[in-house]
Design a protein around this ligand. Sequence first.
Ligand SMILES: NC(=O)c1ccc[n+]([C@@H]2O[C@H](COP(=O)([O-])OP(=O)(O)OC[C@H]3O[C@@H](n4cnc5c(N)ncnc54)[C@H](OP(=O)(O)O)[C@@H]3O)[C@@H](O)[C@H]2O)c1
Length: 336
Amino acid sequence: MKAAVLDRYDKNGTTLVVKDVPTPEPGPHEVLVRIHTAAVNPLDNMIVRGEVRLIVPYRTPLVMGNEFSGTVVRAGADAGRFKPGDRVYGRMPLAKIGAFAEYAAVDESALAHVPGYLSMEEAACVPLTALTALQAIDLMEAQPGQTLFISGGTGSLGAMAIPIAARMGLIVATNGSARNEERVRGLGASTFIDYKTQLYVDELHDVDCVLDTLGERELPDEFAVLKPGGHLVSLRGTPNGRFAKREGFPLFKRALFGLAGRKLDRMAARKQQTYDFIFVHEDGAQLEHIAELFPAERPLAVSIDGTYALDQVNDALERVRTGHSQGKTLLRIEQA
Ligand SMILES: NC(=O)c1ccc[n+]([C@@H]2O[C@H](COP(=O)([O-])OP(=O)(O)OC[C@H]3O[C@@H](n4cnc5c(N)ncnc54)[C@H](OP(=O)(O)O)[C@@H]3O)[C@@H](O)[C@H]2O)c1
């Protein structure tokens, strides 16, 4: 089969090579999926540059790709949830990525059925960002009626996190680029702050929870708008000891992350707030929850920035790298 392969890490970025590799054989708990569409994320560029090796130490050569939609071809001996022909989608298991390929063998616990109203292209936009939003909201223990500030919510993460949070009954504020204000308000944001002309520290206070997509530089201001005892979850800040413990990392890594995240833990402790970093993991059951939150009568809307062929994978990665996207960047893999 054809797959996009990373031959070596390069901190300056490098090109993937599309080549023939053996089609994977599904293990007992796995399902062989014919990939229809894969989505490209900032995470893929981070993996290429070796920036997440401490969290996920993948060996090269590595078939790249973290999320996809596809069709079940066959199931392993002990995998019983899906049958051939089922439309499925998911975030590839952290331990074994590989969605930029014609086929992937995926643990069935990472998969969910695609809601009937989503096309396969639309479905590929959902898993990674939807799971990130659900896992962040879960960790915050956010309750309906509480306020949530999503920083940088005009990007692809916000496109999923805003409607999910709003559908779960949270009151959402976000900031980002002005040209996207109308769109994110339509997704469910009650408050919008243009980051080029307004400071959110002047506009927001005593927010119950913050979901940070911007990282280190913004964290002091994000803690400032958070209420005493509030919860901040970052997608881009420094991982801390709590993260390492949740992930079940060995002791030396816990100590390492504990040290790295100490400054942010202290920042949080000043007002009895909590600081957490998350690295989104696969979870088919959580994805099934999306279909319950967004039934056909009140569907989930997705936006697509552009679609590339597998051979154009490096152009797609470049598109994501340059930012300012209007939705997801997709790789259409199944040509038939
Ligand atoms: N840890 C995890 O598991 C996880 C999961 C998902 C995503 N992430 C991370 O989350 C981050 C966001 O992902 P994404 O896919 O949403 O990225 P994206 O699509 O590139 O969107 C970023 C958005 O932030 C806006 N922005 C840039 N600077 C800003 C500022 N100073 N204040 C407010 N808004 C600003 C951008 O506006 P412009 O158009 O004006 O640039 C853009 O709309 C990435 O770093 C990604 O790696 C992490």
